[in-house]
Unconditional design. Structure first.
Length: 456
């Protein structure tokens, strides 16, 4: 088969990273292997994200650059299929067709399994192939069962879409209604990943704890089923909504050893007025109580969150309420954003938009506090011993890299060991230093570490 080169550029969340990998996998049988150089690419896919500000402008400037490369290739008699995927494609397909007529394919997140057919159609007919439907069939049923090796720590999408309609958010419009994959399909994919060396799986979904797939019915049951897979040492899930933190899921944090003690649970704001305007469906106290229950189940649980400052109507007092919630909960880390309007969402039409400069100042203040909390969380681990999943070689010779149960990046000296031998092993280490972004560790007597059995 003639080898063709594929370049996939990904923006946004881990679900997009997952989709990008799957797109590369469905195109592999057509002879595509990957490249990072646009000039060499027979096909380029831009997998876009709509959640961040100026997403469309960023896309159009990237497309402008690729247009030149595409033309230069055409001058040499070489084609380049240009595809735009992801949430910007879903939301702005018509705009892309009008402003960038040299784009060959526009596809939404739900139609990635149809990509080979789209490539064939683009080759035959020329002109734009646009497929941003929410098809009746699930992409997951039609994507290949076997995946390429994913590495020691990998993602697995189990749920997509969202029915929460937070006032600021485009996701319910671009990713569609909440939908869950059947447990059997998730388990088969997970077993395949473990057979190829994956030891830690993070279950992904826009609203992953709303999971209700056939054969499990809840995320807690799915986690319990996954925990039975031999060789799968660690489980995580992301991203969760406070309203869907069911009792059985909280209980799972207490009694499932492989479920790691770190939970991403966005709160967005600490003010009840703003939470109501955001249509979050919970108060700050609801969140506090939930955290208390989670910590009762799993005392060493670390929490991370997302925050938006400057949501329409947010006052100084509301912002102060967010800062005090952060101080109380002591987040291990967080993403924080300045509100920016998204066309079509209720918040974009709300009166009392907050001044840009006020939003900037609030963001700086919040981020300084969050960084301080993150450093304190990491520093609190210095001196303690915990298990680290080794992911590979560290940045310096003789070092290994890995991740702690709390998702902290870890590096440790292992001068007499080949990092390739240690990758995939869960090794006890002691933290001897901390920064805001990582822990420096020493290995606790490697000779006496159990070598866990890998699945065949
Ligand atoms: N403006 C700013 N931040 C936003 N997010 C989602 N929509 C917006 C918006 N319009 C943030 C939320 C969400 C995270 C993924 O992105 O905090 O949890
Ligand atoms: Fe967006 Fe809210 Fe759904 Fe999260 S829960 S994806 S913020 S609508």
């Amino acid at each position: 088969m003639v080898t063709k080169r594929l370049l996939v550029k990904t923006w946004g969340c881990q679900m997009n990273v997952y989709d990008s990998e799957r797109m590369a996998e469905v195109l592999a049988p057509l002879g595509f292997s990957s490249t990072t150089t646009p000039e060499d690419a027979d096909m380029v896919i831009l997998n876009t994200c709509h959640i961040r500000e100026k997403a469309a402008e960023k896309l159009f400037s990237e497309l402008g650059r690729l247009r030149v490369v595409k033309q230069a290739r055409a001058d040499r008699g070489l084609p380049m299929v240009l595809a735009v995927a992801g949430c910007v494609a879903q939301a702005e397909g018509a705009e892309i067709a009008a402003r960038a007529p040299y784009v060959d394919i526009v596809l939404g997140p739900q139609t990635i399994h149809r990509l080979p057919e789209m490539v064939a159609r683009a080759g035959r007919a020329g002109g734009l192939v646009l497929d941003t439907e929410f098809p009746a069939e699930s992409k997951f049923d039609l994507l290949p069962g076997a995946r390429s090796p994913q590495g020691v720590a990998a993602f697995l999408t189990v749920q997509e879409g969202c029915d929460k309609f937070c006032a600021f958010c485009v996701v319910p419009y671009t990713r569609g209604a909440e939908a869950s994959r059947p447990a059997a399909a998730v388990l088969a994919e997970a077993r395949g990943m473990v057979a190829q060396g994956t030891r830690e799986i993070t279950l992904l979904g826009q609203n992953v704890n709303a999971y209700h797939g056939e054969g499990a019915g809840s995320l807690a049951v799915l986690l319990r089923q996954l925990a039975e897979i031999p060789g799968l040492a660690r489980l995580r899930y992301s991203t969760s909504h406070p309203r869907d933190m069911a009792d059985d899921l909280i209980a799972a944090h207490g009694d499932l050893a492989s479920l790691m003690p770190m939970l991403h649970l966005p709160v967005q704001s600490g003010s009840d007025r703003v939470l109501a305007a955001m249509n979050r469906g919970h108060t700050a106290d609801d969140y506090r109580r939930l955290v208390d229950r989670l910590r009762a189940a799993r005392p060493d649980l670390g929490l991370s969150s997302d925050f938006i400052v400057g949501h329409p109507g947010e006052t100084d007092a509301d912002h102060a309420a967010t800062l005090s919630l952060v101080r109380e909960i002591g987040f291990a880390g967080a993403y924080s954003f300045k509100y920016s309007p998204r066309a079509g969402t209720p918040a974009a039409r709300a009166p009392f938009q907050v001044d840009e400069s006020v939003g900037d100042a609030r963001l700086r203040e919040l981020q300084a506090l969050l960084l301080d909390r993150q450093l304190a969380f990491n520093a609190a681990h210095v001196g303690s011993v915990f298990e680290v999943l080794v992911t590979g070689a560290g940045r310096h010779p003789g070092q290994v890299a890995g991740r702690s149960p709390w998702l902290q990046a870890v590096h440790a000296e292992a001068p007499d060991s080949d990092p390739a031998d240690l990758a995939g092993r869960v090794i006890r280490m002691r933290a001897i230093g901390a920064s805001a972004n990582s822990l420096s560790c020493v290995i606790e007597d490697l000779a006496h570490q159990p070598r866990e059995k890998h699945a065949a």
